[in-house]
Write a protein that binds this ligand. Structure first.
Ligand SMILES: [Zn+2]
Length: 351
């Protein structure tokens, strides 16, 4: 993206709506405690599924869930709300949650005018507006308004195992039904031995062994939401939407945040539905055109440091020690409205 970020640094102009309810940016920096999940994996080779592994600056290998997965979950909860609300619009691609978004519905966009194409793409669809897209013809790119980093296992505070499961084909024993029976958990070494042993005696296709990861840990979560960019056409720097529509999209996005943290429905939830034990952290809210400070919850002292940084910068902050407290903070933010930059020539499409 060329510029929203440079712009926000250089713009000292006063807010067009002079109210303390404006929200420029919101960051949530937290530690989530998730047990026995497998929300994101590298992939499956043969009958073995590999968990995500990430490497920190000092070479420490740790467990992770990708930002792509978290963003997908947020997009899904946004979509669900949009589908049930009559007045919320979605493009034809996003109606059926196609990942290409605007690019799979490019025909309604003006191929000869990038600014006009961007305006139309933003106006017609909340998901394209909030989560971004890359259209090939005309070539226009929208950066997401919602950003997630990797969910990272705090070193020393996570565990993972690979469990072996057996699908028993009951038909082989003269019964027509097929049953799935789970074996008890074993270590990775035991798993390999057992696999070798069983490979010799199980030759029936319906009956198979498979290996799946299970992970538990305290994870660092970082996410940034930029309400000031909702409805902003970054081809010509005008707002494609009126303030009512921008506020309505802001509220849906906030609600999707709440659902994402309450219900991180990633991979393997049919058999690895996470045991969510808790969340604690801090929400930073910038009400002027200035970026909120970010510091990773990988640091033990992140709360203290962020509070100091926020105070120095005049950024609002709210701490939370559990899920219900975070929900209260997000509910309270529903009363705010997205900040609008005083760009000249702001068009007011939408409502
Ligand atoms: Zn769309």
């Amino acid at each position: 993206m060329i510029n929203g970020r440079e712009l926000q640094n250089s713009t000292q102009a006063p807010q067009s709506q002079n109210t303390s309810l404006n929200v420029f940016e919101i960051a949530i920096l937290a530690r989530v405690k998730w047990n026995l999940h497998s929300l994101n994996n590298e992939g499956t080779i043969g009958n073995v599924t590999e968990p995500r592994t990430v490497v920190l600056w000092d070479g420490t290998r740790t467990d992770g869930v990708s930002g792509e997965m978290m963003k997908h979950i947020h997009a899904y909860w946004t979509w669900l709300q949009a589908k049930q609300a009559e007045k919320v619009s979605l493009c034809s691609a996003c109606q059926s949650f196609q990942p290409q978004r605007a690019d799979a519905d490019y025909k309604g966009l003006n191929a000869k005018d990038n600014a006009d194409a961007m305006k139309k793409a933003i106006e017609r669809c909340i998901l394209c507006d909030l989560h971004g897209f890359l259209v090939q013809r005309p070539t226009i790119h929208r950066q997401s308004v919602v950003e997630f980093g990797w969910i990272v296992g705090v070193p020393g505070k996570f565990n993972r195992d690979i469990h072996v499961h057996a699908r028993h084909a009951a038909a082989e024993r003269g019964i027509s039904a097929e049953a799935e029976v789970e074996e008890e958990g074993v270590s990775e070494e035991q798993t390999r031995e057992q696999t070798a042993e069983r490979a010799g005696r199980t030759e029936v296709a319906a009956q198979m062994l498979y290996h799946r990861p299970t992970r538990s840990g305290v994870y660092a979560l970082v996410t940034l939401f930029q309400p000031w960019r909702i409805g902003l056409n970054e081809v010509n720097y005008t707002y494609a939407l009126g303030s009512n529509e921008r506020t309505s999209r802001y509220k849906l996005a906030l609600n999707a945040y709440e659902w994402t943290i309450k219900r991180p429905d990633g991979a393997m939830i049919t058999t690895r539905l996470p045991h969510i034990e808790g969340v604690e952290g801090i929400v930073l809210i910038s009400r002027q055109a200035a970026p909120v400070p970010m510091l990773s919850p990988l640091r033990e002292d992140y709360l203290e440091k962020l509070k100091t940084l926020a105070e120095k910068q005049g950024v609002e902050f709210k701490e939370f020690n559990d899920l219900d407290e975070l929900v209260d903070i997000l509910s309270d933010l529903q009363k705010s409205v997205p900040f609008q930059m005083p760009f000249s020539g702001t068009s007011s499409g939408g409502e």
